[in-house]
Write a protein that binds this ligand. Structure first.
Ligand code: 5GP
Ligand code: ZN
Length: 153
């Protein structure tokens, strides 16, 4: 195997944990084998599939470059995932221009939902930091109750 690429040792993911469910789409035929992470981009990345409209999601907002959808397992009354449509695994790979657009989108979400003073942003960057889906995303989380989210399937 080349040294300059990262590999998942898929067998290391706990089979019964909630995390394995998220990975199921990408793991078919690969469990237990080392797999080059690039195999996960585009073809099998869950968020690429959502961005392409090939996998359903409750979408809050989208334009040509960005999609915002509800987390399938919300940890708070408002839990949205703010993603570039294009696959970037790491925040450090993201072009600055797109980072600015994501920031602009985050500002719009907070303003539109009237929670400018009550939200958190989380980026789990890298598997060791808890990143499960290897497609860069910001968790937009708020404990504000009674927020009406208009989501389209
Ligand atoms: P990470 O740990 O990678 O930062 O977070 C991944 C997030 O994606 C988790 O909060 C998880 O609940 C969410 N997630 C995983 N699979 C899906 C899916 O198929 N659809 C949606 N909407 N969210 C997902
Ligand atoms: Zn992707």
């Amino acid at each position: 195997m080349p040294n300059n690429k990262r590999f998942y040792q898929l067998s290391s993911f706990p089979r019964e944990s909630k995390d394995s469910r998220y990975l199921a789409d990408g793991l078919i035929n690969c469990v237990g084998k080392p797999v080059e992470t690039s195999y996960f981009s585009a073809m099998s990345c869950i968020f690429c599939q959502i961005a392409d409209g090939k996998k359903p999601a409750k979408v809050f907002f989208e334009d040509a470059q960005i999609i915002v959808f509800a987390d399938i397992l919300p940890r708070a009354p408002v839990h949205l995932l703010v993603c570039p449509k294009k696959h970037y695994a790491s925040l450090l790979d993201l072009p600055e221009e797109l980072l600015l657009k994501l920031h602009e989108t985050i500002r719009k979400i907070a303003t539109e939902l009237s929670i400018k003073d009550n939200f958190r942003l989380i980026v789990n960057n890298g598997a060791a930091a808890g990143q499960i889906v290897e497609h860069l995303h910001f968790h937009f989380i708020s404990n504000a109750r009674g927020v009406k989210l208009k989501l389209s399937e």
